[in-house]
Design a protein around this ligand. Structure first.
Ligand code: NAD
Length: 372
């Protein structure tokens, strides 16, 4: 019996959450058998499912489970048509998601964006701009900057005007720790890091550039380029293939990661990881698809489970160091795509190789590829 045991809290949430989590767990089970580790997975309600079952979006028992787990595999939460009278601080997006981010100090958000050549049709860019396929990782700082800096107020001035203030604050240690996450990721990829800032206008940008340049000295195999955020927004559309790892502060990362996500064609293909502080060999992580609950397609076997399955692969890699198993899942997804399997969101009727499949068949196929 293996002594590699990991405790996972699986929180499916609302909408398509339960369907896609089911497929991710199926694929995880296949890696467990093959690579000889054990996953102790416990499912618990969150979001509207939490409100229905225990009266709040993040039930106490769910939080307790998360605290005693090594990582969280999360679906998504929120149903726009449910009770509009519920106060916004009790709504799932805030009461569950933001609360978990805060509870576990999740400061690093990793969003890989990959467009395989077989899915070129799903990308809004012309084929010549896609080169041999787009493959980048956006690393976003998640707990600092303008979204959290103080003062953060709206006040009425003496002249009767209303004034809103948000404050951008970063300290050296905050920049350094996210930069290290990005450099380590670059070492495992194509060893190129583009650090985004606005050093020509913002004090924060000057500090950001300075700290990233100093951290770079510890990662001599990684080449570093500094790019202003406005240019980066443009370069993502003009030549996305120039990027490997893109490092951003919180607000720039929020915007650029969504812009980069659009290049992959479907939210159904995009996983994400949010990492907390590493303790010994363990990094607590929160793994979820980039998209939401997709109420328009929920319960119809239409959702693409790949984003959730790739999120599970990121969990194996970043929290458990089970890189071979994570590679096997990435390859399994590649093989399902290469075989022509497509959920509705990535289906192209003009592609003679493509066959439209449902959520379950996509999960079965990836799980089978992992097992062989
Ligand atoms: P959404 O991401 O749920 O859906 C946007 C579009 O993308 C829809 O057409 C949907 O069908 C499609 N889509 C998303 N994931 C897909 C998948 N796996 N396969 C195929 N198609 C997919 O965004 P929305 O409609 O703006 O939001 C719906 C709800 O989800 C809202 O309540 C929102 O607050 C919530 N939400 C939650 C999270 C989260 O839990 N992290 C993130 C975003 C949105």
């Amino acid at each position: 019996m293996s002594n590699r045991k990991y405790k996972v809290a699986a929180l499916a949430g609302d909408g398509i959450g339960p369907e896609v989590i089911r497929e991710a767990l199926k694929v995880l089970r296949a890696t467990e058998d093959k690579f000889g580790f054990q996953l102790d997975v416990t499912q618990a309600p969150v979001g509207w499912a939490g409100i229905d079952e225990a009266g709040k979006a993040l039930p106490d028992d769910t939080l307790k489970l998360c605290r005693s787990s090594d990582s969280i595999l999360f679906g998504s939460v929120g149903l726009p048509d449910r009770d509009p009278t519920i106060p916004k601080e009790e709504r799932p997006e805030r009461a569950a998601l933001l609360a978990l981010r805060k509870e576990f100090g999740l400061f690093a958000n990793l969003r890989p964006v990959r467009l395989p050549t077989e899915l070129a049709h799903a990308c809004p860019l012309k084929a010549e701009r896609q080169g041999e396929g787009i493959d980048m990782l956006v690393v976003r700082e998640l707990t600092g900057g303008m979204y959290f800096g103080q003062p953060k107020t709206t006040e009425t001035l003496d002249n009767g005007e209303t004034q809103a203030i948000d404050t951008m604050v970063y300290s050296t240690s905050e920049i350094e720790r996210i930069a290290r996450v990005a450099f380590k990721s670059a070492q495992l990829r194509h060893k190129h890091l583009t650090s985004i800032d606005k050093a020509n206008v913002l004090e924060n940008g000057v500090l950001w550039r300075d700290v990233v340049s100093k951290v770079a000295a510890d990662y001599p195999k990684v080449t570093v380029e500094h790019m202003f955020v406005d240019n980066a927004a443009m370069q993502l559309l003009l030549k996305p293939t120039q990027f490997d790892v893109v490092l951003c502060e919180n607000m720039f990362g929020d915007i650029l990661s969504d812009e980069a996500a659009a290049l992959a064609g479907s939210l159904g293909m995009l996983p994400s990881a949010s990492l907390g502080v590493t303790n010994g060999e363990k990094t607590f992580g929160f793994y979820e698809p980039a998209g939401g609950t997709a109420p328009d397609i929920a319960g119809k076997d239409l959702a693409n489970p790949i984003a959730q399955i790739l999120s599970a692969a990121m969990m194996l890699r970043h929290s458990f160091g089970e890189n071979e198993a994570a590679d096997a899942i990435d390859k399994g997804v590649g093989s399902a795509i290469a075989q022509g399997l497509r959920t509705g969101d990535i289906f192209n009727a003009e592609d003679p190789q493509a066959r439209q499949v449902g959520t379950t068949e996509m999960g079965d196929s990836i799980s089978a590829a992992v097992s062989t």
